[in-house]
Design a protein around this ligand. Sequence first.
Ligand code: NI
Length: 171
Amino acid sequence: MSVLPIRVYPDPALKEQAAPVEQLDYNIKKLIENMGETMFAAQGVGLAAPQVGESCRVIVIYLPEKKDFSSYMALINPEIISAEGEVVAEEGCLSARNYRAQVKRAQALKVCYLNDKGAPCELTARDLLARVLQHEIDHLNGILFFERLSRIKRDLIRNRLRKLAKAAAVD
Ligand code: NI
């Protein structure tokens, strides 16, 4: 297992529509393991493949009830099949460090996906888990959390992140 570098905004990998996984082969299994490792190293609660530069529909989610390195769940080709309610809460992203904002999300949802064995599964989630799932599935569609904000707030965060990226490139 290895910790992968996390892409940060405005890396173009974050803007792509990720491709569905056609075959759960060795490379995808390896990617899932590495994504789990990378998420823990970064102390994140979720990670999507485009954040490590892989344009495929794979996400990993931290499961707080377990306390070791197996405490994550992989969802392959996840799709939201129903959603209800609305709740506003603070969110951040490993690809936009130092920025957090209040984002409106569905309160509960049902997601279908393939698990890491390739079996079709369904999951009902609410509150924090529902929020993390929506955030990570957005990544698969090239959407970052601040793009869900009002235009003024969105542009403010975008501009600051672009400046940070430029400053980092100069260093
Ligand atoms: Ni994120």
